[in-house]
Design a protein. Structure first.
Length: 508
């Protein structure tokens, strides 16, 4: 199932009945899980976080926008937070199984519908933007409701992407977009007397003023306190801890210290891990060291297939071809196990029952082995990447770097070779179940054989490319030779399977 997160911001934080009506409108749609509702009376703003399958996402978000249009009048709205609409902003964020491209499509589909059915002008922003000057939400919202009301229709630069070339008289306009996960993070600097300090700190911190590139920041007064309000748009590149440390440093230059901080809405656990680890000086920390995560993976059986596909489709180099080859091999083994299972217990195949039971067990073992190799391959690539980042000066450091790169590349070649070996064994099982297994499942044996062949060849590609990167390729010559033998061996078995499949299909 493809899931997306949607985090619409509404210009209402003081009337609980209005917030509840909007929340209920969203939650009433099929598949919606509302995870959080955060209201702030000073900002006069509510952030609703929900998760929904891709095919219901537009309907759910539209329900919220429509409910807000019916209940919020911006001509009577005041609050600290900039706003241009009753529903001010609607971002879609990819989650498990979905991609940024999915979210861009959702943003544009929702935008067209809001403009057409609700007559609210829509501006696409961030990754969904159709113009480079609208990627930044602050640029889209400049002038807020009142400024946009005066300019739209007369200034072509303020023409919306969808909807009328006029402001909605009470609901204003809405920005709809697609973006990575954003963390809304606020740091308080004591009493309201420090608001000017908060404004100076926000200017120093935000990327547009030369601060942290992936931070947007404002200095505000909230509940009688000075607040630096931040949006961290890429916590991998600008972690929570770095944003806090810079706020603290800049504030201390004015003789002010942070009193507390807060997160609005939800935050990925990874962002908290990355914030905590440096402060207690943990070396080589990874989220896999967290007990609950390991337990969750064990209970859930690890990452879902849709999650893995989404990871492959991302711009990250891992998981890559080696992991995909291992996953393909695991699927091939699963098909061999299935055919064996469809043979066990059938009178017609009583003579091979014991053999099929053994094959089912061997296939299950290969499923587990290849699934583990998919993760192991990604980890091996990470070791190579780490080695290349080691210092190349002075000379002794350069020698250590060269040795580390060699060892990492050889390790990265060994893992896909293990995958190729396992895939050769899968092809062997596929041949047996094609020869002796349930003939009604002969095509499944064929698909398994084809997958095993592709997986073996793909794994050996990864062996060869890592060995080719060595300064001395002879160090890995034996690995390459074994890989080629495995490809030939697997290919021969697969050809036999395919002949059996063709005969079986023609017989049917």
């Amino acid at each position: 199932m493809k899931l997306v997160e949607c985090v619409p911001n509404f210009s209402e934080g003081r009337r609980p009945d209005v917030v509840a009506a909007i929340r209920d409108a969203i939650a009433s749609l099929s598949g919606v899980a509302v995870l959080d509702v955060s209201s702030d009376s000073t900002h006069n703003r509510t952030v609703i976080t929900f998760v929904v399958p891709v095919d219901h996402a537009v309907d759910a978000a539209f329900a919220g926008v429509r409910a807000a249009r019916e209940r919020i009048d911006l001509t009577h709205h005041t609050g600290e937070h900039p706003r241009m609409g009753a529903t001010d902003v609607v971002p879609f964020i990819p989650l498990e199984g979905s991609t940024m491209e999915d979210c861009i499509v959702l943003a544009r589909t929702l935008g067209e519908r809001v403009g057409r059915e609700l007559e609210i002008p829509v501006f696409l922003y961030e990754r969904a933007a159709t113009r480079s000057d609208r990627e930044n939400l602050a640029d889209v919202r400049r002038g807020e409701f009142e400024g946009l009301r005066d300019e739209i229709g007369s200034n072509p630069a303020r023409d919306p992407d969808f909807g009328p070339r006029r402001i909605h008289p009470t609901a204003g306009a809405v920005a709809i977009g697609a973006r990575p996960f954003l963390v809304a993070y606020n740091v308080y600097l004591g009493p309201a007397a420090n608001v000017l300090v908060a404004k100076d700190v926000a200017k120093a911190v935000r990327g547009s003023s030369g601060g942290l590139r992936y931070v947007k920041a404002l200095g505000l007064e909230v509940d009688g306190q000075a607040q630096v309000s931040m949006n961290l748009v890429d916590t991998e590149r600008t972690p929570l801890s770095r944003a806090f440390d810079m706020v603290k440093t800049e504030a201390s230059a004015h003789g002010v210290s942070p009193t507390r901080s807060e997160i609005v809405g939800l935050v990925p656990e990874q962002a908290l891990f990355e914030a905590a680890a440096p402060h207690v000086q943990l070396r080589n920390f990874t989220p896999e060291m967290v007990l609950e995560r390991r337990v969750r993976n064990a209970v859930q059986g690890g990452e879902s297939l849709t999650g893995f596909v989404a990871s492959v489709a991302s711009s990250s180099p891992t998981p890559g071809g080696g992991s995909v080859a291992a996953h393909a091999g695991a699927l091939a083994a699963a098909l061999a196990q299935m055919v064996a299972g469809l043979t066990i217990g059938k009178k017609k195949y009583a003579a091979v029952d014991a053999e099929m039971r053994e094959i089912a067990l061997r296939a299950a073992g290969l499923v587990n082995e290849l699934s583990a190799l998919a993760s192991k391959d990604a980890a091996a690539y990470a070791n190579v990447s780490t080695a290349y980042k080691l210092p190349s000066e002075p000379e002794d450091a350069a020698l250590k770097r060269k040795e580390a790169i060699t060892n990492a590349l050889l390790g990265a070649a060994e893992v896909p070779l293990e995958t190729a070996r396992a895939c050769a064994r899968v092809a062997e099982l596929a041949l047996v179940v094609a020869q002796k297994g349930n003939t009604n499942a002969i095509s499944d044996a064929g698909v398994g054989a084809l997958l095993a062949d592709a997986a073996c060849r793909g794994a050996v590609y990864n062996v060869r490319i890592n060995i080719a990167a060595l300064d001395d390729g002879s160090l890995g010559a034996g690995l390459v030779d074994e890989g080629r033998q495995l490809v030939a061996q697997t290919g021969s078995r697969v050809e036999q399977v395919l002949e059996l499949v063709e005969k079986g299909i023609r017989r049917e």
